[in-house]
Design a protein around this ligand. Structure first.
Ligand code: URA
Length: 235
C-alpha cells in the first residue's frame, strides 16, 4: 500500500496533507524517513511513525459524521449531494458507504465505513441496535399517544412496529425516541399513524456511538480506538 493512502486510512491525515507532511520529513517507515508519498509499505509488518507517534494499522475506516439537512445517505445520487460527497476528494474514491439511512432532511449521527460485514451485522433486523432521535412535532403529543407509540403502531401499509420508547418534553411538542428497528421513514410514519407530523428529526446515537457535539453540521471525524472496540463488540 502507498504511504499516503496508509496515512489516510489510518486516520492520521488526508492524503493531500500526507504529501506535505512527508515532504517536511514527518513520516518514518522502520526508522527511515520517507521521501516520497508513493513509497510502498506492508501495513501488517512495517512500523510507521507519524509526526513522532507510532501508527496503528486498521484494515477498515470508520467515520462519524454530523449529517446536515439536504444531503442523502447514499454513495452516489444523480440529483442530490450525498454524505460521501462531504468527504475530501481522495476519500470519495474508496469503498466507503453510509451504514444505514437517514432521510434527506434528517440530521445527526451517520456512521460511514468500508467494513461491509460490520454494517451488515449492525443493520440486520435481528440485531435490534438502538437508535436515539431528538424530534419535534407539529401538534403536541399526549401521554395516551406516547403509550400507543410505545406499544407499537400499525403503519399505513399494515406494518406493525416493534415497541419503541418515547420521552416527551414538558410541552409535548418534542422529545426523544428510541427505535430498535429502521423501516423506511419509520418515525415520520409512526407520527402520521397518530395524526401528527414530524417537523424536526435528529439522530443522536447509534448503538454505542453518540453524536459528537463538537462536530458542526457536515463535519466528520474518525472514530476513536475506544469507539471502534465498542462498535465491533456490539451484539
Ligand atoms: N425515521 C424517519 O422517519 N426518518 C429518518 O431519517 C430516521 C428515522
Amino acid at each position: 500500500m502507498r504511504i499516503d493512502r496508509y496515512l489516510g486510512v489510518t486516520g492520521c491525515c488526508t492524503r493531500t496533507e500526507a504529501k506535505k507532511i512527508i515532504r517536511a520529513g514527518g513520516v518514518t517507515v522502520n526508522g527511515v524517513t520517507v521521501k516520497s508519498s508513493d513509497t510502498k509499505l506492508d501495513p501488517d509488518t512495517d512500523k510507521v511513525v507519524f509526526c513522532g507517534s507510532p501508527v496503528t494499522y486498521r484494515k477498515y475506516t470508520y467515520i462519524l459524521m454530523n449529517k446536515p439537512e439536504g444531503v442523502v445517505s447514499a454513495t452516489e445520487d444523480g440529483k442530490d449531494r450525498t454524505v460521501i460527497d462531504l468527504l475530501p476528494a481522495d476519500m470519495r474514491k474508496t469503498d466507503l458507504f453510509p451504514c444505514g439511512r437517514l432521510d434527506k432532511n434528517t440530521l445527526g449521527l451517520m456512521l460511514i465505513t468500508d467494513n461491509g460485514e460490520l454494517a451488515h451485522r449492525l443493520l440486520a433486523p435481528k440485531s435490534h441496535v438502538s437508535k436515539v432521535y431528538r424530534y419535534k412535532s407539529k401538534f403536541p403529543m399526549s401521554e395516551d399517544d406516547a403509550k400507543r407509540f410505545e406499544n407499537g403502531l400499525t403503519l399505513e401499509d399494515g406494518y406493525e412496529t416493534k415497541p419503541a420508547k418515547i420521552k416527551l418534553d414538558d410541552d409535548g411538542m418534542g422529545g426523544e425516541i428510541v427505535l430498535v428497528e429502521g423501516k423506511y421513514h419509520q418515525i415520520k410514519r409512526m407520527l402520521e399513524a397518530l395524526d401528527n407530523k414530524i417537523t424536526y428529526l435528529e439522530r443522536i446515537s447509534f448503538g454505542p456511538l453518540m453524536l459528537d457535539t463538537e462536530l458542526k453540521r457536515g463535519e466528520w471525524r474518525y472514530l476513536t480506538e475506544e469507539e471502534i472496540k465498542e462498535l465491533e463488540a456490539h451484539k
